[in-house]
Ligand binder design. Sequence first.
Ligand code: SF4
Length: 352
Amino acid sequence: MTPQTQAASLESPEYLRISLAAAMTLGIAPGWFYRNASLRCINLLMTYDEGCAANCSYCGLQRHREGSYEGKSFIRVPWPVISLDEVIARSRERLSVVKRVCLSTITHPRMAQDARVILERLHQQLPEAPISVLSNPTLLTREDLEFYRGIPIDRLGIAVDAATRPIFDHHRAKDVQGPHRWSRYWRFFEEALEVFGPNRVGIHLIVGLGETEEEMIRLIGRIRQAGGSTHLFSFFPEAGSRLAPHPQPPVGQYRRVQLARYLIDEDLASAEEFAFDGRGQLVSFGAAGERAEQAAATGTPFMTSGCPDENGAVACNRPFGDCAPGDDIRSFPFQPDDDDLALINQQLIAYC
Ligand code: SF4
């Protein structure tokens, strides 16, 4: 079978959209990854004819973006529609490669009930692959979380995306007539930690929506103190979205936040040890300086942060999810080589 391009009535739970990278991993879409990157997580997205009812200004699926839902790109690439049966069958044929499956939810009235159906089937028919849910605090409840944990789903993601309440309100809530609420997201985070326990809940945050490095890093520290971790992205504009003209953050900003996140999430330092200048830019790792240097030299802090495989290595490495393939790699989907590390070292100190 080939992916469906006319998806007018192909809806969840029987049908899903699949990331282009995951479609390549499953042999559905042709192509090869720049520098032989590979993806080991099958990223799926729920799909409905009406699309997503939210209106986040940076998102390709936003309600006010022109075009049909099935024609909208997400993270700048098309997501072909595929049946759940085919996802399971193709993943079963590639169990040596597929190390995780992630279901991304959208804001739709049928989403909560359909997500349960999809997740149960994934677990029953693909029990070898751990499953993540990128959840939707606006529509999901504590009972949904408990249902997921009982399946069992082992990781939960929450895409808060914005580092401060004003930025959240501006891009996701009242300023864009969106349904999401900052307070609900953080209450849901607390509920998820209660249900899933520590080290199983990841918060997605996007660097470059207008926050300072200090705001972002202090939030990452609070998430870690609560028992969660952070999956970091560099803002990368989506054509056709309202933030299409918004620039990417300077690469130095992203590198510093990446290194700080790694130190915090690996429990090698706390945000309180770091020093910031009057503009909120990270200027010192303080007492953690030597640990920061050692960590940076490995290159690992600059790799994609995401849900792990059964051995703890990142399975969800989202190749080029926050940059174009080429010289300006933001989240490395593979181990940076010596040339990459030389460039990263310059970027850490040379760009504002
Ligand atoms: S890191 Fe990847 S697998 Fe984990 S919730 Fe986010 S998108 Fe899903």
